[in-house]
Design a protein around this ligand. Sequence first.
Ligand SMILES: CC(C)(COP(=O)(O)OP(=O)(O)OC[C@H]1O[C@@H](n2cnc3c(N)ncnc32)[C@H](O)[C@@H]1OP(=O)(O)O)[C@@H](O)C(=O)NCCC(=O)NCCS
Length: 132
Amino acid sequence: MSVSTINRAPSPSGELSIQTVAMPVNTNPRGDIFAGWLVSQMDSAAGVAAVKLARGRVSTVAIDKMKFLTAVHVGAIVSCYTNIIDVGRSSIRISVEVWITDRNNFEPVKVTEGQFVFVAIDDRGRTRAIQK
Ligand SMILES: CC(C)(COP(=O)(O)OP(=O)(O)OC[C@H]1O[C@@H](n2cnc3c(N)ncnc32)[C@H](O)[C@@H]1OP(=O)(O)O)[C@@H](O)C(=O)NCCC(=O)NCCS
């Protein structure tokens, strides 16, 4: 491993799909951001990537491998990055990473990651093949 690799700070991987600010309305009773709100942001971010790839309607069919690494505070800038991992006949597996920065620290900090599976569906909600 080269010295430049060792010294490089960890950084987000993938395409920036959603960026928003953590608001007081999104907190749990302890005053930290509610995990369910973060999962919702991740679902939306993966949905953006899935719709683009499937060129139409999609639906979340599975959420896997969620891992929360640190708490999020009100005012943090929350960024969701997506990576397409696999594309099947009708399904798309997408990795989502959430990173935060705040007014005092612009070095991005990784908060959580997970994998989301979307299925391309037609107007009747039936699976459809993704054009590759
Ligand atoms: C999405 C839906 C139409 C798929 O129907 P289905 O009968 O499961 O369809 P299939 O079994 O043919 O699976 C479709 C694809 O999804 C994949 N899949 C289904 N369940 C999965 C799971 N739990 N994990 C990973 N992949 C899954 C299958 O492998 C298949 O992939 P492929 O076509 O690329 O080979 C149906 O499950 C559904 O409507 N679910 C509810 C979705 C929803 O409302 N989500 C929002 C919840 S609030």
